[in-house]
Design a protein around this ligand. Sequence first.
Ligand code: AMP
Ligand code: GLY
Length: 420
Amino acid sequence: MKVGIIGSGGREHALCDSLKKSKKVKKIYCFPGNAGTKQIAENIEIDLSNFENLKNFTIDKKIDFLIVGPERPLVDGIVDYLEKYNIKVFGPNKFSSQLEGSKIFTKKLCQNFNIPTAKFGIFFNVEDAEKFLKKCKYPIVIKADGLAAGKGVYISETNHQAKIAIKEIFNGKFGEAKQLLIEEFLNGEEMSFFIISDGKNYKQFGTAQDHKRVLEGDKGKNTGGMGAYSPSRLENKNLNKKIIDKIIEPTLRALKEGNSTFKGFLYAGLMITKGEPFLIEYNVRMGDPECQTLLPKLKTDFGLLIKACIEENLKNTSIEWHNDKSLCIVMCSKGYPDKYKNNVELNLNNLKLGKSEFLFHAGTKLIDGKTYSNGGRVLNIVVRSNFFKSARDKALSLLTKLNWENGFYRKDIGHKVVDQ
Ligand code: AMP
Ligand code: GLY
């Protein structure tokens, strides 16, 4: 089979690596990929907002199916566009992608289908939002509606901070804003919960714990994710059943009532409060770095699994996992998530990986055989082990060997499962 992967991050390198191990995958294209994918696939420089170019390339090269990594093309309707030309794509259509593309769409869906989530209000102007603040207890959560790369969420401790958030959103900091959300702050522990679906049937696809804040101790600014581990320490049969019954099933029912289906990975960002799951957000794709930490645990042939989804045959495919733990540490460019330098050379020659150790590139590029940084999140080191502690110790020792002077990383990834 020939497979194409859309995207260029650590998630896409991990997807590529799993496909490469498939006995049926003969050729992989990455649009546009990174220095890591270039070693196992053919990277194709293409403007991802130009669906027509991608369609022509896919037809020309007779690619069997495409996997969409990031949310932007999904929310923009890439699946609907390509399916019109009979191209097979693993990812949700534009309607279902609203689960991630519009927080207000998801909140209304939760309301209509009784899905547990934080109490909320929708506001169309500064005045009404500020009036509402007078009745609020702090902290309070204020969110821009559309995609904002994880940045459109404010957790405001005071009325003053909340007013600034409201103004920034309505002033267009995250794109034109006709409305915003004000939400109750949920206390608890977060968990990333995944399913894989072929549009007709779905299966659970593991759990993970992300670390979104830039500094150790979960302090500082929000990032795309500084590291993750799998499984989440919260996972158990009883909680899984609650998540499926109260959140996943009603969501899929709601999409069906909207005459849609969900094909692809669905990622529920949850807050677990006193053993009860609440939906914080949906993502219509794998998480990054959750994907990097989850996929190395997959025993099942990933290429055949996605093929089964494309053929609507997931029901007859079993998904098997390695039973051990997995932990991923992300190495970033100094300055991330604010300003950082690009084009700084990386020397990867000292990195000798063992059997359960993985290096996934994110913001990197290859020029004349040399690897350079090309983004805020640069590399992911993933280690599988029987214990989270040994996985983290090993990942940290690999990062020390790497010794990249422009890099930094959190040394406390997994603190809830390692240090307590
Ligand atoms: P989101 O982009 O909606 O996932 O929000 C980003 C992060 O903000 C989440 O991962 C949570 O850590 C935090 N967050 C969002 N909404 C809430 C909430 N209602 N209560 C507490 N924390 C929240
Ligand atoms: N790890 C967070 C995300 O992928 O959105």
